[in-house]
Design a protein around this ligand. Sequence first.
Ligand code: GTP
Ligand code: MG
Length: 436
Amino acid sequence: MANISGLTRDPKVGVGKIGDAGYIVIDTGGIDSVDEDELSAAAASKALQMAKECAAIILVVDGRAGSNASDIMLADELRKFNIPVTVAVNKTEGLDFDLTLSEFSHLQIGPIIPISAAHGEGLISLIELATSQWETASYYETEAENLDQIRIAVLGRPNVGKSTLVNRVLGDEKMITSDIPGTTRDSVEFDYMRDEQSYVIVDTAGVRKKGKTDGIAEKFSVMQTLQALDRANIALLVIDAREPITDQDLNLLGLAIDSGRSIVIVVNKWDNLSEEVRDDCRKALDRRLRFARYAEICFISALRGTGLKAMFDSINRAAAASIQKHKTNDLTKILIKALDTHQPPMVQGRRIKLRFAHMGGSNPPKIIIHGNQGDKLPESYKKFLENFFRQELNLVGTPIKFFFLKGENPYSGRKNQLTKRQLVKKKRLMRFVKKR
Ligand SMILES: Nc1nc2c(ncn2[C@@H]2O[C@H](COP(=O)(O)OP(=O)(O)OP(=O)(O)O)[C@@H](O)[C@H]2O)c(=O)[nH]1
Ligand SMILES: [Mg+2]
């Protein structure tokens, strides 16, 4: 291969295998928006067409050249396919790890991993990462990498008080509210400023529970909610304190978690309740929302406007957590501390060794952990690690996406080449050992 970009014109196909799983790799033609000659335009559209048919996409970018307009354009195109994308930053040998990652994290399309194709470094990890994404729910990526504007999707069952809350926040009766479920039919969004922070608040139609008669309405409201989540920073899940927590509340929480957005849970209609009812409500929340412990819970009355300041504090914390970035060094230190606290178990007589951790992107934060047999870690240990990292990094409100790779350390540097003299010495030593 020569060092000229756009050299691969015709797609090449190869077959590979990792563990029991086989896969087919398609090397598409390079895409370059800068030199827009006909040949490369044709290659680009062909490559995109082929990518559409794939189960996973690897977007290869050049770590030495840095990110450019065509990377951004490509990421925008690929995002539309709804196929998991892994970003491989090539030619990273000898480059500063964290700088390279942050250079490309604004692509916001999938986890990022550094490789050096010429030296064969990081390739196994890359394939593992790309294929591991098949199993996970799709993680939407928002384009926002900063918090110039925080988008809040207000979701919940019908009648829990979403529109009342939006009105109270805006200080204006923008939305129609009533005690008839299904008042809001379509999502509506509003700009809002508070303490010099700009927000967009999206009121959505309440998601009805599954029923035979209103199946279509249910699907429609779920679709609307998903759309609102897609572009949001925060999923604000509103629950009615005066009703028992239902499966529908939990389903919505599940949707929010799968979307990868940060979550704040709002328990509404907290006004005029006896201490006894409040206590029961707190206990029920504790019992049923266990799987989303990382989300902060706020108790408010949309009608009276109480608890809103605490709610916005939670929103700001959760939004900030979703775009936090951490240095490889710091994450690896936390990993070592976790290993010291609680060793990974043995698998087939071998201790699982985890060696280092790095960031693979943000919103939601992605942490990539490398080690031998990293793919064999039991769920309980993964949970332990997640909680450990969450505590150490003080990450509230945001899901964290972990990837455990068994591949080699892409940054271990090349293997030490032995000199001729060292080779002779090694041979002699091996012979000596064998004799004994
Ligand atoms: N007591 C009390 N009632 C509330 C509160 N918030 C909302 N409500 C009442 O709950 C009913 C439903 O309020 P909405 O804001 O229309 O509910 P929604 O979630 O937007 O409902 P849909 O648009 O149908 O999904 C109304 O009668 C409100 O007055 C609250 O904090 N306390
Ligand atoms: Mg409403």
